[in-house]
Design a protein around this ligand. Structure first.
Ligand SMILES: C[S@@+](CC[C@H](N)C(=O)[O-])C[C@H]1O[C@@H](n2cnc3c(N)ncnc32)[C@H](O)[C@@H]1O
Length: 213
């Protein structure tokens, strides 16, 4: 489902920063070689993530769900000097394309890729996070939120992608598949969590932004 009419999106993009060369090439290569290229954040969402990161000026970022590294490269743009972004993906096959583009973006020392199931990797990451981006298997969003929450600094952010799930979260509970149900429950969980303030931003497939009070 396209939430924003194509011509409006084109106009918005025409009046936004151009996609940097390395991200343009990564976007293109992902579309040529990967079976599900639509998983990549893309130019508009990438710009927004980059802008958030530049506003937050994080020391440590955690990303769950790297895919080919597009959003990691965007988020890392706002890191403070000496800052680090940890990104986790279960699929080892993406490593080459991720690491090549991270190097081309000049972010080799700033992005650390962890391969494995996020549930197993998360307990090994001990540092506090300023910003967390959840963008992996939808069934585990709530688990990831609970696991990372204690490590998110006061005033830190947890952003989750795809919370609108092409509008399927509006269907009746009986008709929801497991992913839709998990995303529906994730938004309900954040909305009722008094420890955070939140906004569901209907950009692309929906971003739930939660700030730890
Ligand atoms: C939507 S894609 C991530 C897109 C990326 N953040 C971007 O914006 O370009 C989701 C990724 O999560 C990964 N993934 C799925 N289940 C996972 C798990 N249990 N642990 C870690 N990564 C997982 C998939 O391999 C896939 O690459």
């Amino acid at each position: 489902m396209d939430f924003i009419p194509k011509e409006i999106e084109d106009y918005a993009l025409k009046n936004s920063e151009a996609e940097p060369d390395v991200l343009y090439r990564l976007n293109r290569e992902t579309h040529m070689k990967m079976t599900m290229p639509q998983m990549l954040s893309g130019h508009m969402q990438g710009l927004l993530l980059q802008m958030f990161s530049k506003m937050i000026r994080p020391t440590t970022i955690l990303e769950i769900g790297t895919f080919t590294g597009y959003s990691a490269i965007c988020l890392a743009q706002g890191l403070q000097k000496g800052g680090k972004l940890h990104t986790i993906d279960i699929n080892e096959e993406f490593s080459e394309i991720i690491l090549r583009h991270v190097k081309e973006a000049g972010l080799e020392g700033k992005i650390r890729l962890h391969i494995g199931h996020a549930v197993n990797i998360l307990p090994t990451l001990k540092e506090p996070f300023d910003l967390v981006f959840i963008d992996a298997d939808k069934e585990n969003y709530s688990t990831y939120y609970d696991l990372v929450f204690p490590q998110v600094k006061q005033g830190g952010y947890i952003i989750a992608d795809n919370v609108l799930w092409s509008g399927k979260v509006l269907s009746s509970a009986m008709k929801m598949d497991i992913e839709t149900k998990s995303l529906f429950e994730y938004s309900r969980k954040i909305q009722s969590d008094s420890r955070v303030e939140n906004v569901l931003l209907p950009l692309r497939d929906g971003l739930m932004i939660a700030r730890k009070k």
